[in-house]
Design a protein around this ligand. Structure first.
Ligand SMILES: [Ca+2]
Ligand SMILES: [Ca+2]
Length: 170
């Protein structure tokens, strides 16, 4: 009986969170990138960003980003504020409700326990899932969003294939 009540509460809390998120995203969905040739990209913070569904490992995803916007200095996305993080969630949910885990451009620099952004920007915001980064089996060096807790970050194996989000500085 206790378990049933617990499950019901858990489901309600989950649904409320999902509803809050979808209403947030409806009201605050990022506008298109202000460059005609990149109108399928969205403006997030000082960047134009785009979601790519085809799963790639972290390095291949980074190289794919560089090719998607040649000459723009494109990379996997860096995230520097709660608002930008929410925008990233909204974009991800628009394109993929069922498997929203995506690569961001963060990685651990040579087992230093220090995380950096592949675009070289400052590491100044990191909403980790509680208990993360945990470097499971000493093999997790790359940063994903939406594992276990929507909008929060986890270190995972860089060789895993995931959808990803690219950016270039606007
Ligand atoms: Ca690690
Ligand atoms: Ca982890």
């Amino acid at each position: 009986m206790k378990m049933k009540v617990f499950l019901l509460v858990a489901i309600c809390v989950g649904l409320t969170a999902a509803t809050n998120l979808s209403s947030y995203c409806r009201a605050n969905f990022p506008v298109s990138c202000p460059h005609p040739e990149y109108s399928s990209w969205y403006k997030v913070g000082g960047y134009c960003v785009k979601y790519f569904v085809t799963p790639l490992n972290f390095s291949d995803a980074e190289f794919s980003c560089r090719k998607e916007a040649v000459g723009k200095g494109a990379h996997l996305v860096s995230v520097h504020s709660e608002e930008a993080n929410k925008n990233i969630i909204c974009i991800t949910m628009k394109y993929n409700h069922t498997s929203p885990r995506v690569w961001l451009g963060g990685f651990e620099l040579f087992k230093s326990e220090k995380f950096v952004w592949i675009d070289g920007s400052e590491w100044n915001y990191n909403p980790w899932v509680p208990g993360q980064p945990d470097n499971t089996e000493n093999t997790e060096d790359c940063v994903e969003i939406n594992w276990k807790n929507t909008g929060m970050w986890n270190d995972d194996k860089c060789s895993e294939g995931k959808s990803y989000i690219c950016e270039f500085k606007d």
